[in-house]
Unconditional design. Structure first.
Length: 340
DNA sequence: CGTGTTTGACCAGCGC
DNA sequence: GCGCTGGTCAAACACG
């Protein structure tokens, strides 16, 4: 909205003579007694001053917001650069780990290393990669993983995007259902050897169109933690919140909990120790998730919407501005009606 | 009656 | 080959 045109229009009144103005055409306001003319002129002058003050304030506010926007953009750029560096470091670490694992397997255990154990390592690597990059749309580089013998690892293990999420729940809560925005169909439950707590098997309810599966099991160390292992990627959008809001536990993988009193949502960062490359990578992925969340917040349409709302709110909440605006509008209407 | 869950049976991979 | 284990199937069941 361009208040300056209204301002110039208001200031074009002929105050000194209290008479008809040919260029503005605000005739009807001044076809009255001289005393009332003076009063109206004074009122309009006051309104005009208020609008001018408000415009000045608006300009300052806009400048401040633009400055903030520039600052956020610069920070965004800096974080992107950091992200690139961290990804490069992580890839280097992963390569060193692979080298170390292959050396270890050939030197210490030789060719007798078990295929299942190698697969476990692969899964661990995939976990870290997915935790680090899932929200940044960086492709997993694990597709060329090979075992100690140089053979390609089982195709499912490579193709399936595996990620692991730990969610804190009530220890007394016996069911293994946790809502993550998608709908799941349970197709099995099994007690595994290494954990007395049963493991539940779920398929995406869009199966077979959507191949995603998940396994949910209580953590052996902390039974209040539900560990969900996801395999594959959804090829469809999650159902609307309305359709899934019946559950008490709704979370987003890798996101900041929206409610402080809600469940603690973490990626499963507990397994590898921080002194190991995996541990470092996990710490990195944790930082990246936070950074990514912040970046997304500033870049999102939601943030822009909030910005616009903040500006609108700042204007409408100011009583002097609204009265000045009303006066200016009434003056404008008078201006138009007189020119007709 | 349709949909989702439960649970015992079955299968495949692996180690011995 | 056999047993163990994890994963899946499918009939029975529960529920709205």
């Amino acid at each position: 909205m361009d208040y300056s045109t209204w301002l110039s229009s208001s200031s074009s009144l002929d105050h000194t003579h209290g008479n008809k103005s040919n260029n503005g055409g605000t005739l009807c306001l001044f076809d009255d007694s001289p005393v009332r003319h003076v009063k109206k002129v004074e009122e309009l002058q006051t309104s005009s001053n208020e609008v001018a003050t408000k415009t000045s304030w608006l300009n300052n506010e806009t400048g401040a917001l633009l400055e903030e926007l520039n600052r956020v953009n610069a920070e965004n750029k800096r974080l992107t650069e950091m992200l690139t560096v961290v990804c490069e470091n992580y890839n280097e670490l992963k390569r060193q780990l692979a080298d170390y694992m292959s050396k270890t397997s050939s030197n210490e255990v030789g060719n007798a290393i078990k295929k299942r154990k190698v697969e476990n390592v692969t899964v661990a690597i995939n976990n870290n990669i997915n935790a680090t990059t899932a929200r940044n749309n960086v492709e997993s580089s694990s597709s060329d993983e090979e075992d100690s013998c140089g053979k390609p690892i089982k195709e499912e293990a490579i193709k399936a995007k595996i990620s692991r999420v730990a969610v804190r729940t009530e220890a007394s809560d016996s069911n293994l259902i946790l809502k993550d925005g998608y709908q799941w169909r349970k197709y099995g439950q099994k007690v595994t050897r290494d954990n007395p707590c049963p493991r539940a098997y779920f398929k995406c309810s869009f199966a077979p169109t959507c191949p995603v599966k998940k396994k949910v099991q209580r953590s052996l160390e902390d039974q209040s933690m539900l560990v969900a292992t996801y395999e594959g990627e959804h090829n469809h959008a999650p159902p609307t919140q309305e359709s899934t809001s019946s559950s008490s536990r709704v979370f987003n993988v890798g996101s900041v909990p929206s409610n402080q009193s809600g469940p603690t949502v973490t990626l499963d960062l507990t397994k590898p120790k921080s002194s190991s490359p995996n541990g470092i990578a996990n710490e990195t992925s944790k930082m990246l998730n936070n950074a990514s969340t912040q970046m997304n917040k500033f870049n999102s349409a939601e943030f822009q919407k909030l910005l616009a709302e903040h500006m609108a709110s700042s204007l409408t909440k100011d009583p002097t501005f609204t009265s000045a605006l009303a006066a200016a509008i009434s003056g404008r209407f008078a201006h138009q009606s007189s020119s007709d």
